[in-house]
Design a protein around this ligand. Sequence first.
Ligand code: AMP
Length: 284
Amino acid sequence: MSHDRPHLVRTPEEVRTVLDAHRRAGRTIGFVPTMGALHEGHLSLVRAAAAADDVVVVSIFVNPLQFGEGEDLDAYPRTLDADLDLLAPEGVALVFSPAPSTFTPETRRTTVHVEGLTGGLEAATRPTHFDGVTTIVTKLFNVVGADHAYFGEKDFQQQAILRRMALDLDMRTEVVTCPIVREADGLALSSRNVYLSGEQRRDALALSQALRELADGWEGNVDSGRSTLLGRLTAAQGIQLDYAEIIDPETLEPLEGVRSGDCQAVVAAWVGTTRLIDTMRLRV
Ligand code: AMP
């Protein structure tokens, strides 16, 4: 069966016009912010939104503010036509894809900053990244005015920061976190996986395998868990480890000793010039 592509709009005004009508009719709005190059991970968020909300909105915007100096902003895959085709069967009412020149103009002077959660892990090597994310997500939340916004657990630090931001700023949009979608062999889906050669893709599997082994054998010992994870990933071929940590899922603080409550393992590594992240819940 063929489906029509979702309605594509480029300006905040158009989004508001369409969504105001739905709001007046009492419909709830579910929102999925993305940078495009959509894959099954993104589609799982769209399906979660469609299951819980009446109207689903997807944004596709490669956010220049969240890329640092020398990162892959220009190379980042942009596949709007294919994205719209992928969304066609998913019952998406609206796709918002603003132009960078109007959505992030040179004249902007406002930054949204979340304290505390934005210091370590990803931020250690990407110090401006999360301010870029929180500033743009605030703008998107203001434009869409959704009841719920769906984010992937894969970007674990990001969802924790956005949850805090929405709470602290009394935003009407509630942040909902959804599980990671993986390939059959365990590799977490990512728009950046297209950068990987066949060999690099095989090397990249060490990340999910090391996390899986840790989670399967988890008995709450953070110190030995972390050193096993570090040992495994520093020894892995073709991988340049950035960090491997076991953290508190809420505060994101690195843990120590023995824990009976839930912990979260988070890793980041370079495979060639591609930076990949992955994460897994650790439960006794
Ligand atoms: P991105 O387009 O990379 O900014 O991602 C948009 C949203 O999709 C974010 O909330 C990501 O956490 C989520 N996402 C990315 N990859 C996956 C995945 N493999 N499984 C589930 N969600 C994902």
